[in-house]
Design a protein around this ligand. Structure first.
Ligand SMILES: [Zn+2]
Length: 235
């Protein structure tokens, strides 16, 4: 019973949350998490190269900075605003970027995930976004460190999410999940989602109620049939 409830809830929330994204009105209805995710400029960015894993390369920070420039210079042309970034050293930055040795080991992320961006959304705006990048992955039995060009591509993709873009179905687009599952977007939806959650929970309750009633009806009907077949005194 509980399982049905959760499944229905998640399904409904996904449906409700997904619909405004699909209906985005910009150029070519490009898939977006939010059209204008940040309500201020510049967007502050903390690139955490102090707490780094053993296989971190100092050249990775350079790749992230280049990826930020890529978006400042127009990126893939799908933003309806021009982002301006300010690199800061404070933990309250809008976007925080950090590295881990291997995402699968450290955060329990799905296999093959190379990085993720987790925006924290409140009232149709990002409060902040957290980007976590891994420095290498297992290929067969061997662990291989990512090269700079790979880090640059992953950074561009994740920063794209931090600017409100979702996944593109165009294979040539930087927001195409090139590495298939090597990227994971997991927004934390806060207060703005609460009405949807209530709608979802109500709908789930209705579904569960309906299932319960149909089960009761079925049971009653079966008892009726049994009585007809086995006679009255049986039960
Ligand atoms: Zn992605």
């Amino acid at each position: 019973m509980l399982k049905v409830n959760y499944t229905a809830l998640i399904l409904l929330v996904v449906l409700v949350v997904a619909s405004p994204v699909a209906a985005s009105s910009d150029s070519d209805t490009y898939p977006k998490i939010l059209e204008m995710p940040w309500d201020h400029s510049p967007i502050t960015v903390l690139i955490d190269d102090n707490n780094v894993p053993p296989h971190y390369s100092p050249t990775y920070r350079v790749q992230v900075e280049a990826a930020l420039e890529y978006w400042e210079e127009g990126g893939n042309g799908k933003l309806n605003f021009t982002p301006v970034f300010e690199i800061v050293e404070t933990a309250d930055a809008d976007i925080t970027i950090k590295w881990v040795e291997n995402l699968e080991e450290i955060t329990g992320a799905p296999e093959g995930v190379a990085g993720f961006c987790r925006p924290c959304i409140l009232d149709e705006k990002y409060l902040r976004a957290e980007i976590v990048l891994e420095v290498g992955n297992f290929e067969g039995f061997a662990w291989r460190q990512y090269g700079d060009s790979n880090m640059y591509e992953i950074s561009k993709h994740e920063i794209g999410h931090a600017l409100g873009l979702a996944h593109s179905s165009d294979k040539r687009d930087i927001m195409y999940p090139t590495y298939e599952q090597r990227d994971n977007l997991n927004p934390l939806l806060l207060e703005s989602t609460r009405p949807f959650l209530i709608i979802g929970a109500t709908a789930a309750l209705i579904v569960v109620g309906f299932l319960f009633i149909s089960w009761r009806l079925h049971k009653r009907k079966r008892e009726q049939i049994e009585q007809e077949i086995f006679g009255e005194g049986e039960k």
